[in-house]
Design a protein around this ligand. Structure first.
Ligand code: SF4
Ligand code: SF4
Length: 302
């Protein structure tokens, strides 16, 4: 009798259930975690668990920023975003901004609470010396003071509002970021409310940026964890280009190395290398947060 081999066990899952890999198409956007994980606030939904004592990821030094800017410049970076933590806690922030503007426009993500008139005056002076533009994105959790401060802490609303006013007086384009706590189909109505809010603060050209809640960091503790089934597979990209994901054209640099994106800086598996060039390769979308990116179609960019 002939030996009939048993069906071999497949080494990989069926194609459509496989973990997809996002290709890297070129460095369009550079993210810099200038503030590390340090923040003057301790919002109870922060997906990186930033707070006044969190030094897990150190703030970036000017020297580190310069090194990565030079590398990014060689690869044709088009725009640069800085975030934290809170970027204005970094003692070298003004020199860092000045260095960034040599390479391209800089989008500053901030909670706005430290933007007093003196600091905004310094920002204005930097802007006058550089051709590339500074843009600001101030985050709040609600347009209602009480609701906002219940998440962000006492006085956070008033200080941020003062920051937006100061930026507007100085002529900086200022946008507002809110984590979505309403149904997506209410976005147009919310957008209108944000426009009115910004107009009243003297920022008529401001726009709204709504972000989905990532079930990471503090939000994972206060809301819920991702369910087992909340993962992406190749099937999720049948009719939606995987290159829509921001991780196909951007990288996140921290003082501790280069990560695939700004969302996964606390995930050791998302650290792709020590230099940008080491990270110019595909990345497997195993993390549950990738599911939020896919279903919301979100990008952290403006
Ligand atoms: S959400 Fe923003 S402002 Fe709040 S703790 Fe995190 S980094 Fe700071
Ligand atoms: S979390 Fe989003 S941006 Fe980050 S690797 Fe996953 S899909 Fe890409």
């Amino acid at each position: 009798m002939d030996f009939v081999p048993r069906q071999p066990i497949p080494e990989q899952a069926p194609v459509l259930n496989r973990v997809p890999e996002v290709p890297f198409t070129g460095l369009q956007t550079l993210w810099l975690q200038v503030g590390g994980t340090l923040c003057n606030l301790a919002c109870n939904h922060c997906f990186i668990s930033c707070h006044p004592e969190n030094h897990n990821i150190p703030m970036m030094t000017l020297a580190t920023v310069r090194r990565h800017l030079e590398e990014a410049g060689r690869h044709g970076v088009q725009d640069i975003y800085i975030t934290g933590g809170e970027v204005f806690l970094n003692p070298e922030i003004m020199q860092i901004l000045e260095a960034i503007l040599e390479y391209g426009p800089c989008h500053v993500l901030t909670n706005g609470t430290t933007l007093n008139a003196k600091r905004v005056g310094q920002l204005q002076a930097i802007q006058e010396r550089r051709t590339h533009k500074l843009h600001f994105r101030v985050s709040l959790d609600s347009l209602d003071e009480q609701e906002n401060d219940s998440v962000r802490g006492p006085n956070a609303f008033r200080q941020a509002v003062e920051g937006i006013r100061n930026l507007s007086r100085a002529g900086f384009p200022t946008h507002l970021t809110l984590v979505r706590s309403w149904d997506e189909d209410e976005d147009p109505a919310m957008e209108q409310q944000v426009m009115v809010f910004l107009r009243n603060l003297g920022a008529p050209q401001g726009r709204a940026k709504f972000l989905p809640g990532f079930l990471l960091g503090e939000l994972e503790k206060t809301a819920r964890q991702y369910h087992e089934h909340e993962r992406v597979t190749e099937r999720c990209f049948d009719n939606w280009p995987i290159t829509n994901l921001q991780c196909s054209s951007s990288r996140m640099v921290t003082e501790d190395g280069v990560y695939v994106c700004p969302i996964l800086v606390e995930e050791p598996a998302a650290r792709m290398g020590g230099t940008l060039e080491e990270t110019f390769r595909p990345y497997p979308l195993r993390h549950a947060a990738c599911y939020t990116c896919r279903i919301s179609g979100m990008s952290c960019k403006s």
